[in-house]
Design a protein around this ligand. Structure first.
Ligand code: ADP
Ligand code: ZN
Ligand code: ZN
Length: 737
């Protein structure tokens, strides 16, 4: 009998190299059935890494002398089911990204580190009432118990994971505290189940909602993609809920992707109060253990609904039934570093693979999705009316040219705010600029507060008397005198939310003002607290950045003021106008969501700008139609396909050297259907101390572009000049810098 031919393990390994790696199986494992998706521990260079089994092959190009042996097969069962593995392999090829890094992205941190795929360590310890009044001094020489008790008195409760870094060997003293009755242990589940759903019943759908639900439900069990284009307040969420109800009735799971969970606690609340099924929520403040638990329970089918952000698109599901992408236009669905995938696009691919429907929802769909809907590739499900009794808000422009604007607020807007408050209604003011002012300037010599590491100004934060760069994060104290000429006449130029807040306090001294931006919502729970103040009506003036634009429902807001609409009008990024239009409509959508009608006032220096005019006259639809026509003429997406090669280095010439070579490679590949533009400096050339440049590839068809990238990517890896820069390949870039 001939001896069996040797098998090799072909692995995806987390390295920046675009290839798979072959290994000998661990000693004595030759005859075992090994399925793709298992984790394998292997030596790599001088370290040990975790790879994912791609396939078992009978032949390898690696010479026998170089072939190394895998150390261990970690899992008994494949960690990634075939459907996810297939999705990842496809994604790696589509985005021309190293497969090992692609796989890493799909795994919870603990699994990346090689920990067992099982739930453990979700215990929590809570301070009991008795424990909260104990003076730790009474514990005398039991130092550890005293320290633990002090920690618990500070935090009220702590999980094993939080305790680990704070103190070693804390289990025994904790047990002692439990014996004394000062501490209680609780086992947590990562799934949330709400038992009492009696207060929340399905709403009676209006005809458009009804149509959307029926259309989608008729296609459960098959691939189907639909765009739910519903104006703000049209009841998209109710449509999601009623479709999900039918998915659950079939015994299937629903995966819901949202832009940012922390920003929309209300959405979560609505899912929880409607369904009495286990819900897994994959949000950023989960501990690693909780995340692993939620991931595993989704894959086992225990979680009926899985809600998460971008990376949740890779969550395994035992019985997938539906994918929903809420606010599908949101930029956060595209990862902007490393593996630059679009969760929306991969969601569509996944739905196709799993033969289930996918529903994209938005009041302001991306031009790509709108194009797909208009051309018949997606079903188009419009909701043109606001749900219930609410009406669409009226929008108008406030011409602020040559108005006195000392406060950043025009006299007209201030008057409108006053009238609204008099009626005991709420006002929402929107300014997408943080800090006190975007510039600090010397009145005597013209010095401005520029970042030393970026081509950008430092934002002035007066409350903390600091200058901070919102691009690289560098920070410094404000010196009392101008660093250039010594003058003390330093002036803040322009307005940020901090300054507007101050103006508002002066104008409306008896009002509670809630300001919401990244700066004052960093601490856990602070956003919820601020939103609660807005919700209860305690605060009648709400001021904020785009954090305030997303999905919130404030029933009593009847006036929305957009303080500066001019930011997005003149950007070099062709998508900036689209973003601006989306933002304006989303913010405007916070007005008049209940019985009282709302109005929106938009301050601008460009009252004749076609973008603003088409927006206020014809709404987002009107704007989008005009924008699509423009894109078609300019042969920009969705009428063409792009890939962007970026490079950066401390030395300004190196990125250009690399991109010039990349360009030569492109030309040598001789694919005339693909045009190359550049290399050119990035719109913000210097950022965090590095010079950045880019080369844009464009093609009217997808296929030739990908054919080129497939050959180009490995060539780029091999270039000498590539070693001197940081470079990346961005397929379907959503930002041009
Ligand atoms: P969207 O997500 O489209 O912005 P929401 O789903 O938040 O809109 O709905 C806005 C409001 O309208 C919510 O308060 C919701 O309860 C209410 N609503 C939705 N559908 C209906 C309906 N068919 N009848 C009455 N009220 C509805
Ligand atoms: Zn000066
Ligand atoms: Zn900077």
């Amino acid at each position: 009998m001939p001896s069996p031919s040797p098998s090799y393990l072909r692995l995806a390994i987390p390295t920046p190299l675009r290839r798979l790696f072959d290994y000998l199986p661990p000693e004595g494992m030759l005859d075992q059935e090994l399925s793709p998706g298992l984790r394998v521990k292997v030596p790599f260079g001088r370290s040990t890494v975790i790879g994912i089994l791609h396939s078992v092959v009978q032949q390898t190009d690696v010479p026998a002398s170089k072939l190394r042996r895998a150390t261990e097969i970690i899992d008994a069962q494949p960690l990634l089911p075939p459907s996810i593995l297939k999705l990842l392999l496809w994604a790696g090829e589509y985005y021309h990204h190293p497969m090992g890094e692609v796989m890493q992205n799909a795994l919870p941190v603990l699994l990346r580190e090689g920990r067992p795929a099982e739930v453990r360590g979700l215990s929590h310890w809570l301070l009991s009432e008795a424990g909260s009044v104990i003076d730790t001094v009474t514990l005398g020489r039991a130092k550890k118990q005293a320290a633990l008790l002090a920690l618990l008195q500070e935090h009220r409760e702590l999980g094993a994971e939080q305790l680990q870094p704070l103190m070693n060997s804390w289990h025994e003293p904790m047990r002692r505290l439990q014996e004394k009755g000062w501490v209680e242990q609780q086992e947590r589940s990562c799934l949330q189940v709400n038992i009492d759903t009696t207060n929340d019943k399905n709403l009676l759908l209006n005809p458009e909602q009804q149509h959307a639900v029926e259309q989608l439900c008729a296609r459960l069990g098959q691939f189907h993609s639909a765009l739910l284009e519903g104006v703000t307040g049209s009841g998209k969420t109710e449509v999601y809920l009623q479709i999900i109800e039918q998915v659950l009735a079939r015994g299937e799971q629903a995966l819901v992707l949202v832009p940012e969970i922390g920003l929309t606690p209300q959405l979560l609340q609505r899912f929880r109060s409607r369904f009495s099924v286990p819900i897994a929520v994959l949000h950023s403040s989960l501990s690693d253990q909780e995340r692993l638990c939620a991931w595993l329970k989704s894959g086992e089918g225990e979680a009926a609904i899985v809600i998460g952000t971008r990376s949740a698109v890779f969550t395994p599901l035992a019985r997938p039934g539906l994918i929903i992408i809420d606010e599908e236009h949101d930029a956060s669905f595209k990862q902007q570093e490393g593996f630059r995938y679009s969760a929306r696009d991969l969601g569509i691919k996944r739905a196709r693979d799993e033969c289930i429907p996918i529903l994209l929802g938005s009041a302001t769909p991306s031009l790509e999705s709108l194009h797909n809907a208009l051309s018949g590739r997606f079903a188009h499900l419009p909701l043109k009316q606001r749900a219930g009794a609410a009406q669409a808000p009226t929008m108008s422009l406030l011409d602020i040219r040559s108005q006195s604007m000392e406060t950043g607020l025009s006299a007209q807007l201030i008057e409108a705010v006053r009238q609204t408050l008099e009626k005991d209604e709420q006002v929402l003011l929107f300014l997408n600029r943080r800090g006190f002012s975007p510039i600090l300037m010397c009145h005597d010599c013209g010095w401005v507060s520029a970042c030393k590491r970026c081509d950008a100004n430092l934002t002035f934060y007066r409350q903390h008397n600091r200058l901070r760069c919102n691009h690289c994060g560098s920070e410094q104290r404000v010196e009392p005198a101008c660093p250039a000429c010594g003058s003390v006449d330093l002036r803040d130029i322009g307005h940020g939310t901090e300054k507007i807040e101050e103006s508002l306090v002066a104008l409306f001294p008896h009002e509670t003002i809630v300001r919401i931006d990244r700066d004052n919502t960093r601490r856990k729970g602070s956003l919820e607290a601020l939103l609660a103040q807005a919700q209860s009506g305690e605060a009648r003036i709400l001021l904020g950045t785009q954090m305030l634009a997303k999905g919130h429902h404030f029933a009593n807001v009847t006036l929305v003021g957009i303080l500066d609409s001019d930011q997005g009008l003149f950007s070099s990024d062709f998508r900036a106008a689209e973003r601006m239009a989306q933002l304006i409509i989303q913010v405007a959508g916070r007005a008049g969501r209940a019985e009282k009608p709302g109005r929106v006032l938009i301050q601008t220096h460009h009252p004749d700008h076609p973008l603003l005019l088409s927006l206020i006259r014809h709404g987002y639809q009107g704007y989008a139609e005009a924008a699509l026509a423009e894109r078609k003429l300019a042969e920009m997406p969705p009428y063409s396909h792009l890939a962007l090669i970026r490079a950066e280095a401390v030395d300004a010439s190196l990125p250009f050297d690399f991109l010039q070579e990349a360009l030569s490679c492109c030309l040598a590949l001789n694919l005339p259907e693909v045009q190359a533009w550049g290399p050119v400096p990035a719109p913000m050339e210097r950022r965090a101390g590095r010079y950045r440049a880019q080369l844009l590839l464009q093609s009217s068809q997808r296929a030739p572009l990908h054919k080129l990238l497939q050959q180009l990517a490995p060539q780029l890896e091999g270039l000498k000049s590539a070693r001197k820069v940081r470079w990346s390949l961005d397929v379907d870039p959503s930002e041009m810098f």
